[in-house]
Design a protein around this ligand. Sequence first.
Ligand code: ADP
Ligand code: MG
Length: 701
Amino acid sequence: MNQALVQDIKFLPGAGPKKAATLNKELEIFTFQDLLYYYPYKYIDRTKIFTVREATGNMAYIQLKGKIQRMEEIGEGAKKRMVAYFTDGTGVMELVWFKGIAYAKKSLDINKEYIVFGKPAVFGGKINIAHPDVEEPDVARVSVTGKLQALYHTTEKMKRGYLNSKAMLKLQQNLWPMVKGKIHETLPQWITEKLKLMPLEMALFNIHFPTNGDLLKKAQFRLKFEELFYIQLKILSMKTDRNRRFKGNRFEKIGFNFNTFYEQNLPFELTGAQKRVLREIRKDMGSGRQMNRLLQGDVGSGKTMVALMAGLMALDNGFQVCIMAPTEILANQHYVSVVEFLDGMPVQVGLLTGSTRKKARTELHEKLQNGQMQILIGTHALIEDSVQYQNLGLVVIDEQHRFGVAQRARLWNKNTVPPHVLVMTATPIPRTLAMTIYGDLEVSVIDELPPGRKPIQTLHYFHNKHREVFGFMKKQIELGRQVYVVYPLIQESEKLSYKDLEQGYEQICSYFPKPKYKVSMVHGKMKAADKDAEMQLFVEGKTNIMVATTVIEVGVNVPNASVMVIESSEKFGLSQLHQLRGRVGRGANQSYCILMSDYKLSKEGRKRLDTMVRTNDGFEIAEADLKLRGPGDMEGTQQSGMAFDLKIANLSKDGQLLQYARDIAEKILDDDPVLDKEGNRLLKEQLKVLQKAQFNWSSIS
Ligand code: ADP
Ligand code: MG
């Protein structure tokens, strides 16, 4: 424990109990160390002075040097503001205050030289700066330590408590003399030397007070490397540890079940990618080590078949299999298709979900224990403690990104030798993210769709084209196809969402009247049984149109559906749009995805829709998604189940560095699996510290 750094932030000069409380609450900054590791989000060059004439509305922060000619208060009540007319000889700019008017007025002098610092904006055709920093030139020189000034993210509440970015910088400046010389290096010397990394203390200094761009870059590199490196070291050491502790059941045979299925039941030729992945799985399961493999494959790439055939290998070696889906609808669907695929074969397949009746459940439990039941398909119900298997050999987890290491570990306990685990996901994950979230898994990719699929055509229309879209739906229905119409579920306003959905449903019902047309509706508020019943009608082709919220997002397979209409598509994230689109194009017919949107689109919203129209490639979309959302984005981290935020590294930009960090971590563990060597002692200690401090590893998938 580093005593200098664990001191309470309230003891920092300039912080005090009030500001300390705000820092605790708003940024979870409790100690000196927390503040020290609160990095700036960007830097502004304070060497450059612009002229009033040069200033435009799209500039970031700028500095001007000049004098205030006069000041006046304008407006009444809430509209009251003070305007100072500022000039440097090249033009006049308005500096505006809406708050703190009295104070600003008192502290500013006419015709005195000032450095003005702020973000120009256009208002009423003129350029102004609202709430600028105004300082006398020599004061400005002192308050800016380096030439590059750090900017810190702050919250509204912080600003109200006089903790804006500049105040944060001031606190960092107060902190530095108290920690200087007391910061312990966190990477072993051999690494910092070998990789020519800046020492930690120097990096921390330069991250807050960079003297020049070059030192800043080196500081960033050092801190990013360290951040990524320790995550990789942790993930890979978990993996190493697991491989050392657990043996796996060795599946040596390819036998009756697999062969019979392959020769008699397989309804199509496997794609090259499916064959390759099956070989990878077979090799893993035959290795004597426990398989932990992630199977990535775009929607419709045929992952279910791979899972089933891997399952048959387990059966041939005398083991049971369970396949777990995230929803009942999906579990049902898997069950139906597996039973169909295995038609005529002597394999016992069971279904277990939340709505399985007690009697059936008891019977299932028995059959699982005595080994009669060979393949069990279901929802999370499968991992309940009451479910005991005779000899579970393979667990398949489908479409699941929030299934953590801890939950997986629970599955391992289902057998003395932990079962092999295959995690399948249809949300392609950018490589960098996969290395972080699924970094302890081997990865297989199905990068080929079954033959004969026509690429889905994606079109973007504004709301005024509803009639045309309905007309198009009609034509497709006349051809015997089915149509999905999906509405967004807006988190903040469930009520509004259902109103949208219901209005949409009514509109569709009136345009597609009974009895000629039949319309289904599914949404999250319905009872599971009702939902399933409606869904089943659509699956069986008894209804033409399925109006739904995103509950149908994952996995549902209706090959006859050829049109996916997404209402208010600008409100969806990219990966969600891609998932939804993947519900069509699953049969031989040409399929369409129609993105409806408002005229008014945010820049990002437009980019998302453009990306969808441009490409069907899930990996390309995933990369675009990561770029658009950025790594610190909450939605992104939640969506991927990532339990930690990166402080400085950026998974969309630092891919190379991540790979580099991973390679080095790998090499270290190859040479010293439990980090016992003298030179690695610091690594081991640091892992322990980090484990406590930052990451909730148990929820990383
Ligand atoms: P996903 O990877 O999205 O889970 P599915 O396993 O649901 O995809 O497969 C989509 C459809 O493609 C299913 O109807 C499945 O039977 C079919 N399919 C899978 N593999 C092949 C193949 N090699 N050739 C033709 N059709 C296939
Ligand atoms: Mg699937």
